[in-house]
Design a protein around this ligand. Structure first.
Ligand code: PPS
Length: 295
């Protein structure tokens, strides 16, 4: 079972929750099938949102089919490997037939080779780092299996140093960005999905080779708004017990906005972050947006 307020260990220098590292062999020896689809993200980039969209696309907008089970059962979390099958992504995946939709937060260098050998499609979602770290901080306040987040200023510092679970944000987003032409990677941005969700849904459907009518696209837009997903027990993680998710600390679907970082960063923190960002992203021009135009 998971220890409450767990600790981190490393795989190839990347900090991961200790049970993941203990069971790492299972990740390394996992077998993918060509029809499998991987949804890869740095934590808090909008994984859950894209998972729900992808499931609805494969089910042609059929809400009932998408409500067949909670998200973490429908689309298991590859590396979240533990002896207890309820929490083991690989145990769940081994019982499923392809095409399986698989969630991962692993940086590209830790993705098991089987996915590349099988030629699997990968949907990568990136979110601007300031909103990402605010979301991650609030998540780790409520998620009792991750280490104590501690106070915000120190947390922000750890994020910049790549010391949080799944490692450096900048290495993560750059790793997939550099490989996207060579491999079958659809690279999406959370901010674009917020601004024009229908466009994003069409892009994902095209990438997956799924034909959808405009009616189905607009139904999927409606079913995957922040408000709709927050109310959907099969998408809002409300089935995870309070002993793991302390909802008094934060909600899993917390705010779902672009630019919420402005309510959390002090001017000094913002200046230090800007300086760090320029260095960390040098030589790799990924068009992140930290706010959206007023709508
Ligand atoms: S996890 O635990 O890493 O898989 O979390 P992840 O799903 O990647 O990220 C959670 C944040 O995504 C927001 N979210 C959404 N935003 C807009 N629309 C929809 N439908 C949506 N669903 C999830 C969620 O609220 C978290 O962001 P914050 O900023 O904390 O609210």
């Amino acid at each position: 079972m998971w220890a409450i307020r767990g600790t981190m260990k490393k795989v190839q220098g990347v900090p991961l929750l200790e049970p993941i590292v203990t069971h790492w062999k299972r990740v390394e020896t996992f077998r993918a099938f060509p029809e499998d689809v991987l949804i890869a993200t740095y934590p808090k980039a909008g994984t859950t949102w894209i998972q729900e969209i992808v499931d609805l696309i494969f089910n042609h907008g059929d809400a009932e089919k998408a409500r067949r089970a909670p998200l973490h059962i429908r689309m298991p979390f590859l590396e979240m490997t533990a002896p207890d099958p309820t929490f083991s992504g690989i145990t769940l995946l081994e019982k499923m037939q392809p095409p399986r939709i698989i969630k991962t937060h692993l940086p590209i260098q830790l993705i098991p080779n089987t996915f590349w050998e099988a030629g699997c499609k990968v949907i990568y979602v990136a979110r601007n780092p300031k909103d990402t770290v605010v979301s991650y901080f609030n998540f780790e306040r409520m998620n009792l299996i991750t280490p104590e987040p501690g106070p915000w200023p120190q947390y922000l510092d750890k994020f910049m140093k790549g010391q949080l679970g799944w490692g450096s944000w900048s290495d993560h987003v750059k790793g997939y960005w550099r490989e996207k032409e060579r491999k079958q990677i659809l690279y999406l941005f959370y901010e674009d999905m917020k601004e024009t969700p229908a466009k994003g849904i069409r892009q994902i459907a095209d990438f997956l080779g799924q034909q959808l009518s405009e009616d189905i696209v607009s139904n999927i837009v409606q079913m995957t708004t922040f408000a709709a997903m927050r109310e959907n027990p099969m998408a809002n993680y409300s089935t995870v017990p309070d002993t793991i998710f302390d909802r008094k600390a934060s909600d899993f679907l917390r705010k779902g906005e672009v630019g919420d970082w402005q309510n959390h960063f002090s001017p000094e923190e913002n200046a230090a972050f800007e300086e760090h960002y320029i260095k960390a992203m040098a030589g790799c021009n990924i068009p992140f947006r930290f706010s959206l135009p007023e709508q």
